[in-house]
Structures are given as C-alpha cells and as structure tokens.
Design a protein around this ligand. Structure first.
Ligand SMILES: [Zn+2]
Length: 281
C-alpha cells in the first residue's frame, strides 16, 4: 500500500497570519502533509525567506512543490519568448532549490495553430536550455513537472507529457497529471477502469517508476468543447475521486496530490479522508 500525501495549491485560505511559512505550519496543524508554493504570477521569493520556509517545512514534515508562472511558452514562435520562458522556469527552480521543493509544475506552452510535431521540437529545445542553465547555477534535486494542461489549444496532453518524461528521464522531468484537466480535454472520467487506463498508459510509457513518487493535481472542473473553464469544489463529483483512489490502491501507487479546487485545504482534507477510507476497505 503506497503512501499518498495531500496538500493545498497555495497557502491555505484559513491560515492565521501570512506567508508561506505560516501556511506550512497551518497545513501540519490541520493534518495535511504537502503544500504547493504558487509562483503563478511571478517568482518573488528571496533566498533567505525561501530557505527559512524550507526549514519550517522540514520541521513539520510537509513535502513542498512549486508552480511556475502561467505565462511560460516553451514552444513560443519568437526566440526571445523561448528565452524568457527558460528564465521563468529557472528562477522557479532556483526558489524551489532554496525551499527544498520538487517538482516545479509547468504549463508547457501553446500550439498556436501549429502542428504538435513542430511544437515538440521547440519544447525539447527549451527544456534542454533549462537543464543546462540549472546545471550552471548548481540547482540540483529539482524535477521539472510538465502538467497535463486543461485546454485543447495547450501543449501537454497525456501522451505529450509522458513523451517528455521519457525523453528527459523521470529524474529530470516528470508528468504531472491534472485529472480535472484530463476530464475536460481528453475524455470523461467516471469509473475505476477509466482511471486505471491512465495509470496503465503512464506505466507503459515510463515503467513502474511512474507510480512510485507521482505528483498530481485534483479538483472538480467546469468545461466546454475547448476544454477547461474553471475549477470547482471536489463535491461537484466532476470528475469523481473515489474511483481514482481505488485505482491507485489497486496499482500500489504512491505520491502527492495537490488540491486545486477553490476550497484548497478543506477539499485536500476531504480527498485525504476519502483515500483513507478506500485504502482501508
Ligand atoms: Zn497548473
């Protein structure tokens, strides 16, 4: 039976006080074991503060990860935008290194009406530049997490993120499945079998390692033909969580679940409870 950690996407809403360290302490207090530090609107954390928050996380046994800025495009049409994307990713990785956090979750980019194969070449190139720069800066132990994106116009469907992880190796780049995004863009999720199909595609592409230390996002979602519209509370049941918990149990998966519903910490607790119930059954 694998261990699965649960935590909020960002500082819990009801955190008494302010800041990342206070959020980490509050996670521990309410019984969560992970937290994603959000840099979605920019990386603005200084080294001293990041290292201090990392210490608080260690002391409270909270596993940290980060989310990189939204405005990254690893397959941008202009070279300059590709270089900017490298700089956003590397500065997120730098903050993660100080925090002791991994992975850093990234929305890879947008097709912008180009064939996926053309974008793939640029994506490979951009991520390669990130690894080179991280090595130069001696940033180690931080894995890049390519998220399964929610819109059909965005690079990063399940096959594409599995391909990226297989190209760079799981130790460098891991797929981050957002199950709500999958539900919105690739196919409706309802049963344990639906979820097992995803786990099996991961295992087929990446080996059993894929299920040993996964990182994923979960929430409810509202969507249109084009994919994701907005994230919903877990109680929406769209997609349902219990069958996913059962699939993880069946395949012995372990890792971390970050809850991106509007009720970040309350829903993370709900998922944790639901998982414990399924695991015990
Ligand atoms: Zn995301």
């Amino acid at each position: 039976m694998g261990e699965i950690r649960f935590g909020p996407a960002g500082i819990p809403i009801d955190t008494p006080g302010e800041g990342t360290a206070a959020g980490i302490e509050y996670c521990r207090q309410i019984g969560l074991t992970a937290m994603e530090v959000e840099f979605v609107h920019g990386v603005n954390m200084k080294e001293e503060k990041a290292r201090a928050a990392g210490e608080v996380a260690k002391k409270n046994s909270i596993k940290l990860s980060c989310h990189a800025p939204y405005y990254i495009n690893c397959c941008a049409k202009e070279r300059q935008k590709m270089h900017m994307s490298v700089s956003y990713i590397v500065s997120t990785a730098q903050a993660a290194f100080w925090l002791g956090a991994s992975p850093i979750v990234i929305h890879t980019g947008f097709y912008m009406q180009r064939p996926a194969a053309e974008c793939k070449k640029l994506v490979y190139e951009t991520y390669k530049m990130c690894f080179d720069e991280m090595e130069k800066r001696k940033i180690s132990g931080v894995v890049l997490g390519a998220e399964l994106t929610g819109k059909k116009s965005a690079y990063g469907n399940l096959d594409e993120i599995i391909d990226l992880a297989s190209h760079f190796g799981l130790k460098n780049l891991m797929p981050v499945i957002d199950y709500a995004h999958y539900h919105a863009r690739e196919g409706r999720l309802g049963t344990k079998e639906d979820y097992l199909k995803i786990l099996e595609r991961m295992e087929k592409g990446l080996g059993s390692e894929a299920g040993k230390n996964f990182h994923c996002h979960f929430s409810g979602i509202e969507f249109t033909e084009a994919g994701e519209r907005s994230h919903l509370p877990v109680s929406s049941g769209s997609p349902p969580f219990a069958p996913l918990a059962a699939a993880w149990k069946e395949n012995g998966w372990s890792g971390t679940v970050i809850c991106e519903s509007p009720e970040i910490e309350r829903d993370a607790l709900l998922l944790q409870k639901e998982y414990a119930k399924v695991a015990k059954a």
